[in-house]
Ligand binder design. Structure first.
Ligand SMILES: *[C@@H]1O[C@H](CO)[C@@H](O)[C@H](O)[C@H]1NC(C)=O
Ligand SMILES: *[C@@H]1O[C@H](CO)[C@@H](O)[C@H](O)[C@H]1NC(C)=O
Ligand SMILES: *[C@@H]1O[C@H](CO)[C@@H](O)[C@H](O)[C@H]1NC(C)=O
Ligand SMILES: *[C@@H]1O[C@H](CO)[C@@H](O)[C@H](O)[C@H]1NC(C)=O
Length: 423
């Protein structure tokens, strides 16, 4: 039997694996930036329509007056910066066109990536990662009676009724520096509620997640109803079937591009960073490689296969994307699978393991005797147990955090054979 790894099926030139030149840090790094909360954003589970709500200064004051153990109710966040190289397409339309052509005809269209050296988060600084992790935490006090609006030419529409910030779907926050020159979009994942306290998980999200982060339609075993009909018996999976299912069903990626487009419409001159936790981190990454934005993703499942299946054109380098995760988290490690895993019990098949860009991996299993457990996946755990204190193995190496590295030899879904297997 010919066993092809999923990675070898990449359309030529879609080199998500490419180990390109190291990103550079200039000798004079720019100073820290101070961020304040400006808007909430949310999208309901069954549309890609992004809604915003302003956070008024009064609400910020009340946030500032409160504090919890994670410090996540602070009013301002200070993040160190450095210069990083990014690549952005000449326009979103050109990017979309190239993507469509790859999807429909398997052809690569030449895309004009503009190279830029921009102010990015300082990924070598533990304090900066800690602040960014706090910004992805959702433990904020929601401002009273948020007035949700969209940007369809009307800036002042109050969302009529029935909007529940608690309900599932992607949501998060938009932070800005006082002069609006740098914006941080943070995206909370949808899966967090599943594994701990918190909201209901909508069916649609689970479908999306299983399409994007499982090997073949979330076929865990014969007891499972798969999310797409691409399984062909044995370990065979029809590749174009999986891609078509994504193109038709998945709102995951359009949610992210709408979110970015709407925020950059509000702040046309800003330098935008994307951050996120879990599935929110995966989405932040896909948006970041689309628009050439600095990304910090915490505990994201492997999103490299998703980028391939979505036919995202691959920029010359993805080193502006940084993942932060630890080895006891089965979701980030791609080991939360198998019929009896906690993911499977929740109806999830999160099997992908390879990440885009560079990864800062804390080996909590070997270096801190953590047990692999889905409960270590939560952002509060990352804030309190991982980033709050110095990490001894890094300190010994004269560093603040583990070195960010490209996942060169990463394999995933290796028992599957992907190819042309008509039903
Ligand atoms: C904002 O997002 C909506 C989808 O929610 C999209 O249709 C619209 O084009 C976006 N507006 C701008 C200005 O990007
Ligand atoms: C915030 O924390 C400080 C000390 O960490 C404490 O003195 C203060 O009472 C706390 N404020 C609130 C509102 O809990
Ligand atoms: C938004 O609408 C409210 C009520 O409909 C109105 O009082 C307010 O002046 C409007 N604000 C702007 C900026 O148009
Ligand atoms: C920044 O953007 C906000 C809207 O979120 C606006 O009210 C404020 O005037 C802007 N500040 C500057 C300095 O441009």
């Amino acid at each position: 039997m010919l066993v092809t790894s999923a990675a070898s099926l990449l359309v030529p030139l879609l080199s998500w694996l490419s180990g390109d030149k190291p990103s550079n840090a200039l000798t004079h790094d720019p100073p820290s930036l101070q961020f304040e909360l400006r808007h909430l954003h949310a999208v309901s589970a069954n549309s890609a329509h992004v809604m915003f709500s302003d956070v008024f200064p009064q609400a910020l004051t009340s946030l500032a007056a409160m504090n919890d153990s994670t410090g996540s109710t602070k009013a301002t966040y200070t993040v160190g910066t450095r210069k990083t190289k990014t690549f952005r397409p000449s326009s979103f339309a050109a990017h979309a066109r190239a993507r469509l052509r790859s999807m429909r005809f398997g052809e690569n269209e030449w895309l004009d990536w503009g190279e830029d050296e921009i102010t990015s988060p300082d990924v070598e600084s533990r304090a900066s990662l800690l602040e960014l992790a706090k910004m992805t935490n959702n433990a904020y006090v929601e401002p009273d009676d948020p007035a949700w609006y969209d940007l369809e030419g009307k800036w002042n529409i109050t969302y009529p009724f029935g909007w529940e910030p608690e309900s599932d779907g992607f949501r998060g926050h938009v932070f800005a520096t006082p002069d609006n020159s740098t914006i941080v979009i943070s995206i909370k994942g949808t899966s967090a509620g599943l594994f701990g306290s918190g909201g209901v998980t909508a069916k649609k999200d689970k479908l999306n997640d299983n399409l994007l982060f499982s090997c073949c339609c979330a076929r865990v075993d014969w007891t499972w109803t798969t999310v797409c009909g691409c399984y062909r018996g044995g370990w065979k999976c029809d590749q174009s079937c999986v891609e078509d299912a994504l193109a038709v069903e998945s709102l995951f990626y359009p949610i992210g591009t709408n979110l970015y487009n709407n925020v950059s419409y509000m702040y046309p001159h800003a330098n935008v960073w994307m951050i996120g936790h879990s599935l929110g981190g995966a989405l932040a990454s896909l948006v970041g490689v689309t628009f050439g934005l600095p990304v910090i993703a915490f505990e994201s499942p492997g999103e490299r296969l998703a980028a391939t299946r979505l036919h995202l054109p691959s920029p010359p380098s993805t080193h502006h994307v940084t993942h932060v995760y630890h080895t006891a988290d089965p979701i980030a490690m791609g080991t939360c699978n198998g019929v009896l895993s906690s993911c499977a019990l929740g109806g999830y098949a999160l099997e992908t393991a390879c990440h885009i860009g560079k990864s800062i991996v804390y080996d909590t299993v070997s270096d801190a005797d953590w047990t692999v457990d889905v409960r270590t996946h939560g952002i509060v755990n990352v804030i309190e147990k991982l980033l709050a204190d110095p990490w001894p193995p890094s300190q010994e190496a004269g560093r603040e955090v583990p070195e960010a590295k490209v996942e060169e030899d990463c394999t995933e879904c290796y028992s599957w054979e992907f190819g042309d297997f008509p039903a």
